[in-house]
Design a protein around this ligand. Structure first.
Ligand SMILES: [Zn+2]
Length: 333
């Protein structure tokens, strides 16, 4: 019997009777991070890294949740569990499970770059590594994020000079705060959409961010015009953006590395900034674990597993309900 198995409710540890990021309500759920495809509603008891506690409460409402520090071990029916930094978004964790000397690690989502807000990814030794592979193709290679942040600030400064509003979009947990952290507040005021502002407020207890102003019903076009507005991509095409005045739109996503995606989304500026590991990041992470077995869960799972098998790992894919950072998610979040 494997230590972790894949069931209709999610990844299950039978020995401990707990699920990891289950996609249905269960008795006890260990949660890797706060994105909606990993932290789902309906479980009786949640256990997660401590930064995720207020994030989960914000997203899931009145739940029973307990928080653990990174690397703090806790034992459930003989199985030793711990959360380790995944570098994906604040609080994001790999989940380590050990029983009778056998070690499995489930990554949830991760990236190997620093982002200024999440605890940096740390490789964990294991026998079996259950990994995402969202960008598991050699074509994906991220450029230096500092350069991306610099080009965002330049775009914003130029818009400001031309009295044009900069509408900068990204998903509400992680991406928006990563953008905000690197904005240069000397350029102009930073306004926010409600969905963006609320999650940012939750994270302000852990991370220092530049000042933001929430756009309310009473905020006028005159106040906003020429400044920067942070919002989820769902605002594109909504009537909400009418009050922002003359606009230049910018969108930050790993998918912007694909020209087709850029064309599909009607934005003026595309910034390639992902919270997932690129090809090299995935390979370096897997190598660093010293694992023998790899299970790919979402993204380019087949091609990536095939490559790993050719390179000597024992790799296979497993269908899950985790979603890659797709255009659809970005719109719905
Ligand atoms: Zn995620």
């Amino acid at each position: 019997m494997p230590l972790l198995e894949f069931t209709s409710k999610g990844i299950y540890c039978k020995q401990a009777d707990v699920y990891l990021d289950p996609w249905r309500g269960v008795n006890k759920a260990l949660i890797s991070h706060g994105h909606s495809d990993h932290a789902r509603w309906g479980s009786k008891h949640y256990i997660t890294q401590e930064i995720n506690v207020p994030i989960l409460q914000h997203r899931l409402g009145n739940i029973i949740v307990s928080g653990k520090k990174y690397k703090e071990t806790f034992i459930i029916n003989g199985v030793q569990f711990s959360f380790h930094p995944a570098g994906h978004v604040p609080g994001s964790s790999q989940i380590r499970a050990e029983y009778k000397g056998e070690v499995w690690v489930f990554t949830g989502d991760y990236k190997t770059q620093t982002d200024g807000i999440s605890t940096m990814f740390e490789p964990v030794n294991c026998h079996t590594f259950i990994t995402e592979s969202t960008f598991g193709l050699p074509v994906f290679q991220w450029e230096d994020p500092q350069k991306v942040h610099q080009s965002i600030n330049e775009w914003w400064a130029q818009n400001h000079d031309e009295k044009t509003t900069s509408l900068l979009m990204g998903y509400s947990l992680g991406k928006v705060q990563r953008l905000l952290k690197h904005l240069d507040p000397s350029i102009s005021k930073i306004f926010t959409h409600g969905a963006t502002e609320h999650m940012t407020q939750v994270l302000r207890q852990f991370i220092k961010f530049p000042k933001t102003e929430l756009i309310t019903r009473d905020t006028t076009k005159k106040e906003i015009e020429g400044n920067l507005v942070l919002a989820p991509p769902a605002v594109l095409g909504s009537t909400w953006i009418k009050k922002l005045g003359v606009l230049s739109t910018g969108y930050a996503s790993g998918w912007m590395a694909f020209r087709g995606a850029r064309r599909r989304r009607a934005v003026d500026r595309a910034f390639v900034l992902s919270d997932h590991a690129d090809w090299k990041g995935l390979l370096s992470a897997i190598t660093a674990t010293g694992c023998e077995n790899v299970i790919t869960t979402h993204g380019y799972t087949e091609l990536f597993a095939q490559y790993l098998n050719e390179k000597g790992w024992n790799a296979r894919t497993q269908k899950t309900q985790y979603e890659s950072e797709t255009e659809e998610i970005l719109v719905s979040e």
